[in-house]
Design a protein around this ligand. Sequence first.
Ligand code: LLP
Length: 422
Amino acid sequence: MHHFNYHNGQLHGESVPIADIADQVGTPFYLYSAATLTQHFKAFDTPFSPIPHLSCFAVKSCSNLAILRLFAHLGGGADIVSGGELFRALTAGIAPEKIVYSGVGKTRAEMAYGLRERILQFNVESEQELEVLNEVAAEVGVIAPVSFRVNPDVDPKTHAYISTGLAKNKFGIPITEALPIYRQAAGMANIHVQGVSCHIGSQLTEISPFLESLGKLKKFITLLQEAGISITHLDLGGGLGIRYDQESPPHPDEYARAIMEEISELNCTLILEPGRVIVGNAGILVTRVLYTKQGPTKKFVIVDAGMNDLTRPSLYGAYHAIKAVDEHLQSTEIVDVVGPICETGDFLARDQEVPVVKSGDLLAVMSAGAYGFTMSSNYNSRPRVAEIMVEGEKFHSIRHRETYEDLIRGEDIPDFLQESSS
Ligand code: LLP
């Protein structure tokens, strides 16, 4: 499943002892396994090989250039949601004709950038966005390839913050109201309508919501065909979940089989936007214990990584397993694992069974590859941590730890404040 295992009592990333990496690069750091990334990309992509398809990795889940380059080498495309992500994807070497652009709030400048680069498709989420895209395409002098993101009103049965395909969510155009917009787009001078898109949520652990929404999409595509609008691209988004704890999400094989069975007669190129299922279990966060403290009602393990480095536990109440890097630390206790940030919401684990540790011990926060580093911040003026990639017996820095100088880069003190105060 992944390549973070114990050998001789020491947790390794592939063949490298994690304690050795910590000694050389300091803590905290994110550690990704190249073999796991490759294996997970192929496990997701290969089952779709019987049909024309494109796996566009969701850049938001893990956007380091080295990781994007690895997927580019494997033939992957990118699902982007900002000009910044487009810049990253292109810089990493992902071909523009494999890039799809999602999101409810694309600016004119971002649209122009995507159009100039000739990306595969804009997933348009509103009528106003369509009108602006038509205008910008005319200014750039190109025809914009468009798919509409429709909202099928399907419950993905996941955390409310990451459910996106319900009628009450901000995403997409209600599927029941989308036909007139397709008609309107078909008549626009600088728009080429090519697809239907949908993304109903993230960390889905059942297949049924995917199939429910696919059923609605198929009916809708028939409606479009009857209206004389032909669809060549079907984008089913991402969302396939992973195991953090006790979840048992469908295997990518099962997911692919179920989808391919449903769409066999559609004759479309299938686009997928997987993020978490590829990178989630391919990355961990390594942190060192600073102190332990027994409070009146619970014990705290204070580590050098905080909610600014890994936000998921604070923001979603997400569970991440925590392992000792030294396997000999076998006895466990129920504690809160907390960071140095000045907020009670700063925790990596709450009332969780973790190994009994002391100051100086190393801990591995598992399944942190997706939405880990990408959601990190400089809160409390903490430099963002290093990102490391292991590859067999070697490890490589793929992002250096920020310095204090990095923290203030871009900040200016205006002239009227230049004189020192008396
Ligand atoms: N496509 C679109 C349009 C999306 O909005 C997303 C995720 C994906 C694809 C990729 O979904 P995935 O395969 O990774 O589930 N920060 C949250 C997750 C937010 C997901 C946002 N959209 C978390 O840490 O759980």
